[in-house]
Each structure stands twice: as structure tokens, then as C-alpha cells.
Design a protein around this ligand. Structure first.
Ligand SMILES: Nc1ncnc2c1ncn2[C@@H]1O[C@H](COP(=O)(O)OP(=O)(O)OP(=O)(O)O)[C@@H](O)[C@H]1O
Ligand SMILES: [Mg+2]
Length: 239
């Protein structure tokens, strides 16, 4: 019997101030699959992730989630500046009935993983941009979620830390069989971590395939995006 997708997005529409951003977006993510969501700035990638974790509501369409355990790595880290790194992670664990000692162990494990254990008592404003990003990553995965949404998880990180985060994304996929979506412009991230890539344009999916197929594709949208050319069907209004 076929395994049902962990996440189904069906004919999703969302507009802001009378302007449609998503116009019938449809796709699935299987358990254990990492789907790369790529597309030009402003095409609605972050909006799609926010809809999936119910931070905003769609105008039309359906989002079927086979788990309520969802972690979102925000594009901006979205940490609470009045709380320390430890307290930011603890907040994400507040619904779990862990003892203080268990909670401390989980938090220390995740911070060690992202190389920030020495910053456990620091406030977000005392961290560099990359350190804030890694704290946001640790917070999103602190509950070992079944659906993980990564919004630019490696953008702005140094190459070694990018590889560490990418390796951990691969590990989470293997261990938790989580279904993940990764929004990224970083080539290493979408080629290393994704099984499938979906290119968005004008609020819809215009191309789907593997990262290798994406690089070799002669689809005009995908070719323009993969080869970063100004000539093509995307953004022509700007030229
Ligand atoms: N809360 C909001 N109110 C009004 N407009 C919004 C809101 N959120 C997003 N938008 C608009 O929706 C469009 C898509 O935004 P979104 O953040 O999803 O883009 P994106 O694909 O993530 O881009 P980027 O790669 O630059 O992060 C943009 O034109 C943006 O201005
Ligand atoms: Mg975005």
C-alpha cells in the first residue's frame, strides 16, 4: 500500500492587499523526503511556509498535515531578544512535560550540535547574525518535529557551518523520517539535501525534478534560474 504524503498542499491561494501571491500552488511531501522550494525573491516561498505552520491563513485551498509536530526555521531568526538562548529553546519545549534536568539536557544537546553551547546564557543581541541563525535552527528542531520547514537555513553562514547544518538536515531526515521543505538560494544546500526541487513562479509551481535534473533542465524557467541569466521568462519586467 502506498504511504500517504506527510504534507499535501492543494490549490493554495493567498493574497495581500488585493494582490495574489499564491495562485493555485499544489505539491506533496513524503515522509523522509526533503523538498527544495526555490524561486525568485518575493515569489511566495516564506508565505508558503507560514501557511503550512498556520502563522497565517490561506484565502483558498487545502493544507493536509499528517502531523502537528512542525518546526519552522525562520528566515530572520525570530528569537525573543528579552530571553537568553537557553530560555528561547525552553519556550519551544514548554508544552512537553520534561523535568528541569531533562529539559536542560535536550537544550545542551541541540546547542552543542550547532556549536553554541558556550552561548547558552547569552541574549540574542549579543550573538552574530550566523549565531542567531544557528540558535533559530536549534530551536526549530528541539522537539524533533515530524515536519520541518527551513527558510534559508544556511544563508549567510560560513562554508564549514553550512556543511554542518546540511549534514544535520540529512541526519534528521534519516533518523526522524521527517518530511522537510527547504527554501534556499544556496547551491550546496539544494544539491546536497534535497530529493526533489520545486521551482515557483507567479504563485505556482513551474518545474519539479531532482537537483541534477534541475541543473541539466532546458525548461526556460529552470534554465534561467539554474544558470542565473537575466534573459528568460522570469523577472522580465525588471530589465
Ligand atoms: N504580511 C504581509 N503583508 C503584506 N504583504 C506581504 C506579507 N507577507 C508577504 N507579503 C508579500 O508577499 C510576497 C511574497 O513574500 P514572501 O516573503 O513569501 O517572498 P519570498 O519568496 O520568501 O522572497 P525572498 O526570497 O525574498 O525571501 C511579497 O511581495 C511580499 O511583499
Ligand atoms: Mg522568504
Amino acid at each position: 500500500m502506498a504511504i500517504p504524503p506527510m504534507l499535501e498542499i492543494v490549490d493554495l491561494w493567498k493574497g495581500f492587499n488585493g494582490r495574489d501571491v499564491l495562485c493555485g500552488l499544489t505539491f506533496n511531501v513524503q515522509p523522509g523526503e526533503v523538498l527544495g522550494l526555490i524561486g525568485p525573491s518575493g515569489c511566495g516561498k516564506s508565505t508558503t511556509l507560514k501557511l503550512i505552520c498556520e502563522l497565517i491563513m490561506p484565502d483558498r485551498g487545502e493544507i493536509i498535515r499528517r502531523s502537528n509536530e512542525i518546526g519552522l526555521v525562520f528566515q530572520g531568526s525570530a528569537l525573543l531578544n528579552s530571553l537568553t538562548v537557553r530560555e528561547n529553546l525552553a519556550l519551544a519545549l514548554r508544552h512537553r512535560r520534561y523535568s528541569k534536568a531533562e529539559e536542560e539536557e535536550i537544550i545542551r544537546n541541540k546547542l552543542t550540535l550547532v556549536g553554541l553551547i558556550d552561548y547558552i546564557d547569552a541574549y540574542p543581541t549579543q550573538l552574530s547574525g550566523g549565531q542567531q541563525k544557528r540558535t533559530g535552527f536549534a530551536r526549530a528542531i528541539v522537539n524533533n518535529p515530524k515536519i520541518i520547514l527551513y527558510d534559508e537555513p544556511t544563508t549567510g553562514l560560513d562554508p564549514v557551518m553550512s556543511t554542518i547544518i546540511e549534514d544535520y538536515m540529512i541526519k534528521l531526515k534519516d533518523e526522524l523520517k521527517a518530511a522537510s521543505i527547504v527554501v534556499t538560494h544556496q547551491y550546496s544546500t539544494w544539491t546536497r539535501t534535497t530529493e526533489r526541487v520545486l521551482l515557483m513562479h507567479a504563485g505556482k509551481s513551474v518545474w519539479e525534478g531532482t537537483a541534477q535534473e534541475a541543473i541539466e533542465s532546458d525548461n526556460p524557467y529552470m534554465r534561467q534560474f539554474a544558470h542565473a541569466t537575466k534573459e528568460g521568462p522570469m523577472l522580465s519586467g525588471l530589465l
